[in-house]
Design a protein around this ligand. Structure first.
Ligand code: AHR
Length: 502
């Protein structure tokens, strides 16, 4: 099969914000405890954070990290997580039916963020708490001194404010599973009130209001319209969350998951712009896609679920999906979708980072390793610089049960005007046929191929596991050739490819 693509730096979608390569750390399962934090581990620092995990997170290339949840945040009392560690309470975490020891809190997590070189994106609890507690956390975090809470932070060892710029106003408030779940109208009112109050403390904050937990929620679309009706002037971003998994052996539809993400983004943009038009507002709301990934949710409900009044484990093994090559190809395609919409998706957080639906896995006392999904993230984060480009793509199609006829190939390109470098990211969704694609790169001028990476395998379900940690890794694509302003590359079946030019 063959396909054709034209890359031209004159046609820009928009600048790529570094925040697009964000991550997410939730107090959930073995993410924090026995994940990033394991005091007894041979690589642990004086604070208990694993250096091998820090190295992998740095290699992954994550920018802003959302914290501390997720569903967890809707039952979280932030005060529990600061002050002398031995005095911190142990609490029931209702979201994940676990015990939260609060051994790692705001100060410790900030220390870890400094080690990995990422910024904090904080979520406030608007499920079981309200405006006042959000204001308290903001004062504790961002006010330099001279007030009770800011002085408390200083007494707790942090002289400088944490200076958190980006804040999520609750989490998935449209979901019936959420503690304090509300109607769009009720949530819109409290979100607006909280945003206004937080801006009275610091007008420069970047605020994210909760959109839908997926494009398949019964309230999707109407939720966004109503919530933005209340909050349009008060916030900067609306969130999107989406998880994909292969269902009923339908690999063809699963490989086309990015079609759903494209539609999700475009519908939220249209809804936000509709609300703006009705208000006669010139302001454009941006999207924070602050939870996205492949997640085998059915497995969580069937296998992992913890129950029983006597049963509240600390750091249980939860949501520890092991990702295949096919999962990584879908994952890489989701990143392509985010980049294609870089004009409006200006922030995103891969959910999550370590052990919990994560690109990085660890064993207590043992090694840390890269899942298959690690590679498309780290390579895209490193190579996608500058602006995302509009492409002209001609590709064969195939029929899917869920999305109808879809393109076999999906792609995005980026161009960095400063360095003159560009990158092309591609997937081939065919299960049995390679696709040879010719890419018209004449508009890029004299360029040569700097790097190629292709992730594929004869076994599309091959995985990296504790026993075989390096079974899957991308390799360079030797089929690449260039001639007279045209680049040709063969994409194996079920594959993800990145090509850097400069
Ligand atoms: O990422 C796992 C969970 O998925 C988060 O806690 C929640 O926000 C979402 O439903």
């Amino acid at each position: 099969r063959s396909a054709h693509l034209t890359v031209d730096p004159h046609f820009s979608v928009g600048p790529i914000q570094r925040r697009l390569f964000g991550g997410f750390v939730e107090h959930l399962g073995r993410h924090v405890y026995d994940g990033i934090y394991e005091p007894g581990h041979p690589t642990a620092d004086a604070c208990g954070f694993r250096a091998d995990v820090v190295d992998l997170v740095k290699e992954l290339g994550v920018s802003t990290i959302r914290y501390p949840g997720g569903n967890f945040v809707s039952g979280f009392r932030w005060e529990d997580s600061v002050g002398p560690r031995e005095e911190r309470p142990r609490r029931l975490d209702l979201a994940w039916h676990s015990t939260e020891t609060n051994e790692v809190g705001l100060h410790e997590f900030s220390h870890w963020l400094e080690k990995v070189g990422s910024d904090l994106m904080m979520a406030v609890n608007l499920g079981t708490r309200g405006t006042l507690e959000a204001l308290d956390l903001l004062e504790y975090s961002n006010v330099r001194g001279g007030t009770t809470l800011s002085e408390q932070r200083r007494a707790n060892g942090r002289d400088e404010p944490f200076a958190v710029e980006m804040w999520c106003l609750g989490n998935e408030m449209d979901g019936p599973w959420q503690l304090g779940h509300r109607s769009a109208d009720d949530y819109g009112k409290i979100a607006s009130q909280t945003a206004k109050a937080m801006r009275q403390v610091d007008p420069s904050l970047k605020l994210v209001v909760c959109g839908s937990s997926s494009a398949h929620m019964p309230t999707f679309g109407e939720w966004e319209r109503v919530v933005l009706g209340h909050t349009y002037d008060d916030i900067d971003y609306i969130s999107c969350h989406a998880y994909y998994e292969e269902r009923d052996g339908d690999l063809g539809s699963f490989l086309a998951s990015a079609v759903d993400m494209d539609g999700f983004i475009e519908t939220v943009v249209a809804t936000a712009d509709h609300v703006g038009a009705v208000r006669g507002s010139k302001k454009k709301i941006e999207i924070s896609f602050d939870e996205w990934n492949v997640w085998y949710i059915d497995r969580f409900h069937g296998v992992d679920k913890i129950e029983g009044i006597e049963n509240w484990p600390v750091a249980p093994r939860l949501l520890e999906d092991v990702y295949s090559v096919a999962d990584a190809v879908v994952f890489g395609n989701l990143m392509i979708s985010l980049l294609k919409h870089a004009d409006r998706v200006t922030s995103a957080s891969l959910a999550q980072l370590v052990n919990v639906i994560a690109p990085i896995m660890t064993e207590p006392g043992g090694p840390a390793w890269r899942q298959t999904t690690f590679f498309p993230f780290s390579i895209t984060s490193r190579l996608a610089q500058g602006e995302a480009l509009q492409l002209k793509l001609e590709s064969p199609t195939y029929e899917t049960k869920v999305y109808g006829e879809v393109s076999l190939v999906d792609a995005v390109a980026t161009f960095d005007r400063q360095s003159g470098r560009s990158a092309v990211f591609l997937v081939n969704r065919s299960q049995d046929e390679a696709v040879t694609i010719t890419i018209d790169i004449a508009a890029l001028g004299e360029v040569s191929v700097l790097e190629t990476h292709t992730l594929s395998d004869d076994d599309v379900y091959a995985k990296n596991t504790l026993e075989d940690r390096e079974r899957v890794a991308p390799r360079s694509n030797d089929s690449v050739s260039t001639d007279a302003g045209e680049l040709t590359v063969t994409l194996p079946p079920v594959s993800w490819t990145a090509i850097a030019l400069g």
